[in-house]
Ligand binder design. Sequence first.
Ligand code: UD1
Length: 429
Amino acid sequence: MERYVIKGGNPLVGEVEIGGAKNAALAILAAATMTDETVYIDNMPDASDTNAMLKAIESIGAYVERTGRHSVKINASQIRSYSIENDYIKKIRAGYYLLGALLGKYKQAGVALPGGCHIGLRPIDQHIKGFTALGAKVTIQGIIKAEAEQLVGKHIYLDVVSVGATINIMMAAAMAEGKTIIENAAKEPHVVDVANFLNSMGANIKGAGTDVIRIRGVEKLHGTEYTIIPDQIEAGTFMLAAAATMGDVTVKNVIPKHLESISAKLVEMGCQIHESDDAVRVVATRRLQNTHIKTLPYPGYPTDMQPQITVALGLASGISIVTESIFESRFKYVDELTRMGANIKVEGSTAIIEGVERYTGATVSAPDLRAGAALVIAALTAEGYSTVEEIKYIERGYEDFDIKLRELGAQIEKVDDDRDVQKFKLKHA
Ligand code: UD1
């Protein structure tokens, strides 16, 4: 089983190039099936979730060609099945985007129930509410099926701010008859990116990035060439890694505006932040200070950046309080972190963190994607050696995580077995 072995203690220093947004890419790949014409997508991350989505659309008949490591050509004119329940789709939560896309174009869709990270109950009632409002009949029997004679635009008020539901409804409504209004829509950067992608295919979507999105349905979507936005969470993860290791890292190819909630917290924690047009530099020269955080929908502090900042606050002076308001089981990694010496008490959706001077190396297991990345950050700061297991979770959303960290001076290697762990220890003794 592949794992990372890490020797902590080196501050991260240098520049790192951030890839395309994984969560935007997943939806955009689904949306690419909504036209019979060819779609060219650039800045596609090479992570296991996006690769699974590519396999999933290929398995229902789309032509998929990787024209480079980060570019892909898709032609979905030969799609032969609107129902998908293979292992590719079961692996990723965002497989549900094929519901909105196929329902929008073909008025019928079936997708196996979503997988993904176990970070709490993840209902999809708001997606179903949206599809039903547009005129679809939705049934769930192992797989979720949606079908409609015709989709007709509606005024839809979401009960919770949901990224997935907003994007899914937007896709289905893009080819519905008439006008759809989504109120209480999610405003995350990738919602805007998917809207821009659909608009570049001829859709008529306005207001993405605000809480009211207006969609006028069109009969047909056409081919396009599109570049995915940079990944806010990958960038944020490297920013936190810089802060926690007392480093000096410039994250490049980013949209600094998308990182403001993270930058603001890092400033409160005593880091220096230097922004330019498409880069953010994080410099940490003294022990981090405590702060309090509550995760919120965008533009609030992202839940996908909660474990990483908790790890950094675990080393800060004073007591910090982190409140998770989006997913209820997102502190599972704290047990692992405690074994590295952290002093964190979790009470319901709140973590009370009393900063320690240092973590100590340990063997820990990644419970999910972002918590896995956070445990790597902890190991980078820790005294001695750590092994992070179950890195398959980390590889769902981070491309070349170990390589990028190594280029910043981290002592980290991906290894297969205990013998390789020993070799690493000898090499880095
Ligand atoms: C997306 C991201 C995920 C991120 C999350 C919040 C993808 C593939 N995943 O997940 O990385 O952590 O946004 O930024 O883009 N909810 C309902 N009913 C629904 C849908 C959601 O009650 O029908 C609740 C959820 O349980 C959660 C909250 O709404 O408490 C937000 O979930 P949502 O924004 O939908 O998250 P995802 O789209 O699953």
